[in-house]
Design a binder for this molecule. Sequence first.
Ligand code: CA
Length: 447
Amino acid sequence: MRPIDHTHNPELTSWIDSANAPDSDFPIQNLPFCRFQTAAGSISIGVGIGSLVLDLAAACNLFAPDLRDAISSRSLKSVMQLPVAQRIALRQRISELLSADCGELQDDTELRERAVPGQDQVQLLIPAQSRDYTDFYASVFHATNVGSMFRPNNPLLPNYKHVPIGYHGRASSLVVSGTPVRRPVGQLSPAEEGGAPSRGPCKLLDYEMEVGFYVGPGNELGTTIPIAAAEDHIFGMALVNDWSARDIQKWEYQPLGPFLAKSFATTVAPWIVTMEALAPFRCAAFQRPEGDPQPLPYLTLESNQSQGGVDLQLQVAISTAAMREQGLPPHPLSSGSFRDMYWTISQMLTHHSSNGCNMQPGDLLASGTVSNRDRGSRGCLLEMTWDGDLDNPVPGTQRTAIQLPGGEERKFLADGDRVIMTGFCDNDQYRRIGFGTCQGTILPATE
Ligand code: CA
């Protein structure tokens, strides 16, 4: 686990006023990384501070020589692959340069204007050009809810509590927040059991509220990442929306898992909150109920058990085209927590590399839909509109529509719907830090 140090001091303030606002996602205690294009067309990596972004390439001479190559790159992978000690040193120097009592950047008017543009003056890009994207299924509540819809008497398959379940996603269709998402066309599940499928625009379009984490240095092919080293190989975390076409999924998923139901688009947030920033918000791993098996030894570590969780709050809201026309604000759909995931991020990474699979800087691993026990925490419409619950699974697919302000209702997403995901960490002792926004708007299908 990363140390808690002076960069986490809740009293610390920045000379950038907007970072000191109590509701800012990006106070000086956060310092999330991003990648952006300037108005002049150049691409840089940067760090969010209040409503501004520190252009690391532009400010490169203020950093130690051994960090300059990494931070003046156009790719975040050069920072992700730094050893942990250098990532910590980089955070400490950025914190120092942005703190209220440091004049080095604050007093250099010319450099300041060049190196700290407003977020509204740049275009935020996809933060890492991930070569691989893997999606897990780490919420036992999500897995049980979804399993209950199809197998009311046997919702959780027998492997679930032993092995972190995942599938290989599609890296080429990762898009940054704000990119419109086209409704997919595909083979849709037969209306009746045993019937023939149809082909057309997806009718059961859904989102999945997920948390992703990016691989740091990673491992060579044929080697593994032991659980004791896993935290060092995780760079940071970000919001992810794994858009899902349920009618395509239902028809195609057996026996090899999701395919075209997921690969038409996955939206990622532009901001990556580092594991250094998250140090004050680590918590115990999910407490397995009595009678559940313990993980195998290669997935077991005392510090993972005591601090492998992340106390991260997640919120989903919807804004339909009609709501926007009427000037109505986004409507909250759910509010969940990442605390109660059955598998920790270290266990997911360690398991992924346990066969010798090489994990590479910038690879994205996502958690799977984050749902908790209560209904208001369900992280996708498939679960939200389902009439059953964990204690009373209802066979079949009875669904109740969600009522929206302005008189509309939804069971699944309509064209023009905008799904807005946010997340933050907060506790009594430390400054609240936010994850920014991960959003996308549905465009109609093209036949
Ligand atoms: Ca998913």
